[in-house]
Design a protein around this ligand. Structure first.
Ligand SMILES: Cc1cc2nc3c(=O)[nH]c(=O)nc-3n(C[C@H](O)[C@H](O)[C@H](O)COP(=O)(O)OP(=O)(O)OC[C@H]3O[C@@H](n4cnc5c(N)ncnc54)[C@H](O)[C@@H]3O)c2cc1C
Length: 330
């Protein structure tokens, strides 16, 4: 079986790892320069900062075993920050006893670890799928390399729901419709660098007052080096309302809110606009697989959101493809 997986986030890489272990020839294509998707780390002169996923949990025993494998390989570690809550303490608080894991030395590390044993082609944006001219199967049109020659038996989309829609609409209107009905929300992320470590009594904070939702001393995570760096995430609804605003205006408001909770003005900063950060209502189907067209979908939006859900969704799709026993879950 030749299988094409579109998207090298943790869902696509999890799916690829499982299918390859079951004997599939798998090619993963990714539009960015590197793997990991939203488990991302921004790097600058003498600083680094996880500006997407902040940490992950492992409630499912199968995922917990995978995290154990990552820890053994040195690409993940436990993170035990001192967490404060600002604003309404009942709104979003730190769950007692929760184990929080991070990629090591950056959030991209687990994805890079998985990609080492896979065939991954980065800087390859799939712009359209095409039924193979002779016989069954699929080919992929890409922005960078034109039509990929290989004919794939299976095409699996491991991309955020809105990015799956244009690839599916001509070939599978029903799956396209499901993806189109999943609304994803944007998020602003600001990274701050300080010459001197900030003198505060917390490493991270849930902020229950707009515009902030989460602040974190990235340097408090294990394995990080360089300048003291903080990450600010804006609240989901606030981000949605301000997603088209000028980045400097957004930065000014986030910074003011950070100073108000005890932070300080940084030596330098940079800001990132996530178009597709999370879902208001993620689905709980695990994954979607249509054995008649041999098109599948996985990703956090199909499995409760978050890193754990994304990894489990990729594995779920691999199981469906290899078992061939599930109908398209509609
Ligand atoms: C700001 C922010 C904070 C978060 N905080 C947390 C957190 O604290 N804890 C947690 O567990 N989760 C968190 N998450 C969510 C977590 O990052 C995601 O749930 C998870 O990483 C999703 O993985 P995925 O593989 O499903 O999708 P992605 O990581 O989005 O991967 C999809 C990949 O597909 C690629 N792609 C898209 N279209 C194409 C195409 N046409 N051709 C080729 N490639 C394509 C993309 O470039 C991307 O690399 C956060 C996310 C954000 C943005």
């Amino acid at each position: 079986m030749n299988t094409l997986i579109i998207g090298a986030g943790i869902a696509g890489l999890s799916c690829a790892t499982s299918l390859q272990s079951l004997g599939h020839n798998v090619l993963v294509v990714e539009k960015s320069r590197g793997v990991a998707g939203r488990m991302s780390t921004r790097r600058g002169d003498d600083w680094q900062c996880d500006h997407g996923a902040q940490y992950f949990t492992a409630r499912d025993p199968v995922f917990a075993a995978e995290v154990g494998r990552w820890m053994q390989a040195g690409v993940a570690a436990l993170w035990s920050p001192r967490i404060s809550v600002f604003g309404d303490a009942d709104a979003h608080h730190a769950e007692a006893g929760l184990l929080r894991y991070v990629g090591c030395p950056g959030m991209t590390a687990p994805a890079r670890f998985l990609a080492e044993n896979l065939s991954v082609q980065t800087r390859t944006t799939v712009s359209a799928l095409k039924p193979a001219e002779r016989g069954a199967g699929w080919q992929a049109m890409t922005l960078e390399q034109g039509l990929l020659e290989t004919v794939f038996d299976n095409v699996l989309l491991a991309v955020p729901a809105p990015q799956a829609v244009p690839l599916l609409s001509a070939h599978h209107p029903l799956l396209a419709d499901i993806a189109a009905h999943t609304t994803m929300r944007g998020s602003w992320a600001m990274m701050l660098q300080f010459n001197e470590p900030l003198a505060v009594s917390f490493d991270a904070g849930f902020v229950n007052t707009d515009p902030l939702r989460w602040v974190c001393r990235n340097s408090s995570k294990p394995g990080r080096t360089g300048t003291d760096t903080w990450l600010l995430h804006a609240a989901a609804l606030w981000s949605e309302a301000h997603i088209e605003d000028d980045a400097n205006d957004v930065a000014e408001q986030l910074l003011k809110a950070f100073v108000d909770i005890g932070g300080a003005v940084p030596t330098s900063w940079t800001i990132h606009r996530w178009r597709y950060a999370d879902m208001l209502a993620p689905l709980a189907t695990g994954s979607l697989w249509d054995p008649s067209t041999r098109i599948g979908l996985c990703g956090d939006w199909l499995h409760g959101g978050k890193v754990e859900g994304a990894w489990l969704s990729g594995k779920d799709l691999a199981d469906r493809v290899s078992n061939e026993q599930h109908e398209c879950a509609l």
